[in-house]
Design a protein around this ligand. Structure first.
Ligand SMILES: Cc1cc2nc3c(=O)[nH]c(=O)nc-3n(C[C@H](O)[C@H](O)[C@H](O)COP(=O)(O)OP(=O)(O)OC[C@H]3O[C@@H](n4cnc5c(N)ncnc54)[C@H](O)[C@@H]3O)c2cc1C
Ligand SMILES: NC(=O)c1ccc[n+]([C@@H]2O[C@H](COP(=O)([O-])OP(=O)(O)OC[C@H]3O[C@@H](n4cnc5c(N)ncnc54)[C@H](OP(=O)(O)O)[C@@H]3O)[C@@H](O)[C@H]2O)c1
Length: 283
């Protein structure tokens, strides 16, 4: 599998290259494709270690060798589903970020470090059975849901799958929008997940700082009821609704308050309940 649309060339091919040809790199994996979406966002795919088993929605530590010769690692949600032969990641480019100021320059054939110890709470095991699942994402918090939206269990467990993605600007929605549109047009995905199952997905993109068909923070759209009215679904109900949340610390805190006000309780791997939360980044 590759990205759903044609791969664009890496934007800045003259930038200082990532350390290439480092066969002694511990836990090395090879980059197979890279696609840049904006000057702040890109996605890439790497080879998958034969021994790596993970649950869709989990994250791992990935990185590059630092200038001091030590691994420079950061947490990254695996954006590809557990059945995929390769691993996909969806990444921010922080201009002065120790890792991403360099990682953004990777090209096919380069190596990255991938510690094969997946963990995380955005997994089906951490939720009680329900009828409808909400995936609430902002920014790169879409990544774990890119995995779960391609995971057959998501469609087996729920009658309705609602994915909300809120970004400041329209272009920041592209990775998610193309992935969801691609699912419904891709023969292999239709065969794997089923056409009727794919029709369960309700995609709800919103922007906050650039004009788009639906504007506003998702928290506001929950509070004023617009989300439910737009989708034609009842308000949040702990009997039927489950939720997974991935965004900034403030976003997670605010959504958590709304979910709890509706009577949903936070679960964990060891104690499944009605919703789970993961940070999309720290700071
Ligand atoms: C559980 C978990 C999962 C994560 N999954 C992803 C992922 O799938 N994709 C991803 O791009 N990042 C993800 N991150 C963030 C990631 O670990 C790094 O912070 C990011 O790659 C930047 O690394 P850096 O060394 O360049 O800068 P850092 O020093 O790590 O970050 C510098 C600053 O940049 C901002 N920042 C960092 N990451 C982001 C982000 N993703 N979106 C917006 N602002 C950010 C914050 O203000 C932060 O303080 C995750 C973090 C956690 C805790
Ligand atoms: N995205 C950019 O264009 C951009 C450009 C340069 C630098 N940065 C920096 O990158 C960092 C992360 O930016 P980001 O845009 O990826 O993530 P972000 O600040 O978390 O914003 C992503 C989306 O989530 C919304 N949001 C944020 N907090 C929320 C809350 N408590 N409740 C509900 N919705 C909330 C934002 O709406 P609001 O717009 O209403 O906050 C925005 O639409 C920031 O430090 C920022 O300064 C971002």
């Amino acid at each position: 599998m590759t990205f759903m649309t044609e791969q664009k060339p890496v934007t800045d091919v003259n930038a200082s290259p990532v350390s290439r040809a480092i066969p002694t790199l511990p836990d090395a994996q090879t980059v197979t494709s890279v696609r840049h979406y904006t000057d702040r966002l890109f996605a890439f795919r790497v080879t998958r270690p034969a021994s790596l088993r993970f649950r869709s929605g989990e994250f791992v530590m990935i990185g590059l060798l630092g200038d001091n010769g030590k691994p420079l690692l950061r947490a990254y949600s695996i954006a590809s589903p557990a059945w995929d032969d390769e691993l996909e990641f969806y990444s921010i480019k922080v201009p002065d970020g120790p890792l991403t100021s360099r990682l953004q320059h990777i090209q096919p054939g380069d190596q990255i470090i991938l510690r094969p110890k997946p963990v995380g709470t955005l997994v089906h095991d951490a939720l009680l059975p329900g009828k409808r699942i909400y995936f609430f994402a902002t920014g790169t918090g879409f990544a774990p849901f890119a995995s779960l939206l391609r995971e057959p269990q998501t469609f087996e467990d729920y009658d309705e799958i609602i994915i909300t993605h809120t970004c400041r600007e329209v272009a920041e929605l592209t990775y998610g929008r193309e992935l969801i549109e691609g699912l419904k047009a891709d023969e292999m995905m239709i065969e794997l997940l089923g056409e009727e199952n794919l029709a369960k997905i309700k995609y709800y993109p919103t922007t906050t700082r650039e004009e788009s068909p639906k504007m506003g923070r998702i928290t506001t759209l929950i509070e004023n009821g617009e989300l439910f009215a737009d989708l034609g679904v009842p308000p949040l109900n702990p009997e039927t609704d489950r939720a997974m949340v991935c965004g900034s610390l403030d976003f997670n805190k605010d959504i958590k308050a709304l979910l709890e006000a509706a009577g949903l309780e936070e679960g964990a791997n060891s104690d499944p309940k009605q919703f789970v939360i993961e940070k999309a980044f720290v700071g």
